[in-house]
Design a protein around this ligand. Structure first.
Ligand SMILES: Nc1ncnc2c1ncn2[C@@H]1O[C@H](COP(=O)(O)OP(=O)(O)OP(=O)(O)O)[C@@H](O)[C@H]1O
Length: 335
């Protein structure tokens, strides 16, 4: 349906989009997620023909957005980061103007305008000048304009930015409703926002696509570095001795909580859940455990890992810490 092929956008010598390729298939809500400045708006502006690319191309239903803009744009509706609303028009005048630009047949215009006005909840402001509307209403007018013509794909750049919580919920509901008949692509720098509405996430960092999958699969990606945490009423050396009897351990990070308690963060080989083996080893040694738990990877960790490498950094830590203050380098503990 949409194919983005090897897209590059340079602003002077700054690379805003760096060899980006992805495909959009019918019937999903795609989320383009990335920190500020990652290149989301630039990508969306190129996809919708607002901006030319330095390299690469965008095909919409097989039509090149630059070479056949009219045919390509027929299938897309776009809400840019700054809604393209004309301040000195009333809402209705502006939608009339947008309907003409979109070449919606005259006899369908009134009905379509009334439909989008109802769907976006702007009936009570339809005869007001856009300059007198609040940010939330202007955003909805921009959204109404994007939906007008009911294109197959609706592209929304940060659609809820600047809205109050009630408006955010309303816009999300509208996006979900629209997704029954339209393919939606929306961008956000907020993970919660994307997770809430999207069934497919594309994570972009420094202009590059670093991951593209369902939220569940993304969470599973880092399961290979799953942790088991245990706490035992014993000194670090005793916990080390017992864990030497357990196979399948890749790495252990020890922390001495006080003279009697030790916490160990265990990374296992192939993300295997070896809690039973650990429990049995401690029982065999007559050593009570106060905690034994499995820590699951969250989407936040995946996002941070892919955009900043933070999670990797935390996994690399291999020290024994005394009350979290004094850091003592351990023996590697790579059992
Ligand atoms: N017209 C421009 N001229 C020069 N640099 C630009 C221009 N537009 C964007 N950039 C730069 O390109 C990079 C990508 O910007 P872009 O707006 O696409 O990111 P974004 O992911 O949409 O971020 P945000 O969420 O902050 O809008 C940033 O470093 C930005 O400063």
């Amino acid at each position: 349906m949409i194919e983005v092929q090897n897209l590059v956008k340079m602003y002077g010598d700054h690379t805003a989009v760096d060899h980006l390729s992805f495909r959009i298939e019918k019937g999903h809500i795609y989320g383009l997620l990335g920190p500020n400045g990652a290149g989301k708006s630039t990508t969306m502006n190129i996809m919708t023909g607002y901006l030319g690319a330095t390299e690469g191309k965008v095909l919409i239903q097989g039509h090149d957005i630059l070479k056949e803009p009219e045919l390509a744009k027929k299938s897309i509706g776009y809400l840019p980061e700054q809604p393209p609303v004309y301040m000195d028009m009333t809402v209705r005048e502006y939608l009339q103007f947008a309907a003409e630009l979109k070449k919606i047949p005259k006899k369908e215009r009134e009905k379509q305008m009334n439909d989008v006005i109802r769907m976006t909840g702007i009936r009570e402001v339809e005869n007001r000048l856009i300059q007198n509307l609040s940010k939330g209403y202007r955003q909805r007018v921009g959204l109404a304009q994007a939906i007008l013509g009911f294109p197959e794909v609706i592209i929304l750049d940060e659609p809820t930015v600047g809205l109050d919580p009630k408006q955010i919920i309303e816009i999300r509901e509208l996006i979900r409703k629209l997704s029954k008949k339209h393919t939606i692509i929306l961008s956000s720098h907020i993970l919660a926002e994307i997770r809430e509405v999207c069934d497919y996430i594309m994570i972009i960092s420094r202009g590059k696509l670093v991951a593209s999958d369902t939220p569940e699969n993304l969470e599973n990606r880092l399961k290979s570095s799953r942790h088991i945490e245990l706490q035992a009423k014993a000194p670090v050396t005793r916990v080390q001795e017992i864990l030497k009897e357990v196979s399948g351990i890749k790495k252990v990070d020890y922390r001495k909580d006080n003279n009697l308690m030790t916490t160990a963060q265990i990374e296992t080989r192939n993300a295997k859940d070896i809690r039973e083996e650990i429990f049995t080893a401690f029982a065999r040694n007559n050593q009570p455990l106060t905690t034994l738990s499995l820590s699951q990877t969250t989407l936040e960790e995946v996002f941070l890992e892919l955009t900043q490498g933070k999670y990797t950094a935390s996994l690399a830590e291999q020290e024994i810490r005394d009350d979290g203050k004094e850091e003592v380098t351990g023996d590697g503990s790579d059992l």
